[in-house]
Design a protein around this ligand. Structure first.
Ligand code: CA
Length: 230
């Protein structure tokens, strides 16, 4: 089921629930995307290679090859097409974030198709990336936007694109406290209070990777700020 590919490019939807796939397709087409649907993981992976979509909407719970494995194989092929996961369960969210597949975002079922379209547009914006800027240093952490590299002291720290964008946003305004909603809006490109846990999960990942050097401070009841250690 391929649509023409109007201005925004082709989005591949891999979803075994036909009703959900059709609904997603309807809303994406309405927003100006072309849409191609596959209903299992291996067909989905073949379609990624064949069609070169601008983004993939990928159900995690697929028969055969599941969505996480599809994404893992894409990244193993050095294919960094933005992926928006569709998950049915919270524990899948932890797997997605923890695996560091370079996947950009996820929505949890049930979701509003309108929100899904907003998320697809946001992952595409983020994949396009902001204009490179000068390096920023907070405490022992140095962030180089041009090379998208981060060092904690002498050690290079490998971050996912979302972790990098979140850290960059905090470090560009040292000591400024951002609410989770502000971070969602600035980094993920949308504001939905229901998704604030996403911010906490990514902050936890950043802290684990940066270790002692982490400049991220929790401001209880408010949000997060980047500050050099006292
Ligand atoms: Ca499914």
């Amino acid at each position: 089921m391929s649509g023409a590919t109007p201005g925004r490019g082709l989005v591949l939807v891999v979803e075994d629930d036909r009703a959900i796939a059709d609904l997603i397709g309807l809303y994406l087409r309405r927003d100006g995307f072309g849409v191609h649907v596959e209903t299992d993981g291996s067909m989905g992976l073949a379609a990624v290679r064949r069609l070169r979509p601008v983004a993939v909407v990928l159900d995690v719970g697929l028969p055969g090859t599941d969505g996480i494995e599809v994404c893992r194989r894409m990244r193993a092929d050095d294919d960094w097409t933005p992926v928006l996961f569709v998950t049915a369960r919270d524990d899948e969210v932890d797997r997605i974030v923890g695996l560091e597949l370079g996947a950009d975002d996820y929505v949890t079922k049930p979701f509003s198709p309108r929100e899904l379209v907003v998320r697809v547009r946001a992952v595409l914006r983020r994949a396009a990336g902001p204009a490179p800027a000068a390096a920023v240093v907070v405490g022992a952490v140095r962030l180089d936007p041009a090379g998208r590299r981060v060092h904690a002291g002498e050690r290079e720290v490998v971050l996912t694109s979302t972790e990098f964008d979140l850290l960059a946003h905090l470090m560009r305004s040292p000591s400024r406290v951002f609410s989770r909603e502000q971070l969602l809006s600035a980094v993920w490109g949308y504001a939905a209070a229901a998704a604030t846990r996403t911010v906490d999960v990514h902050v936890a990942q950043l802290r684990a990777k940066l270790g002692q050097a982490s400049p991220i401070r929790t401001v209880r009841g408010v949000g997060y700020a980047a500050e050099p250690a006292p």
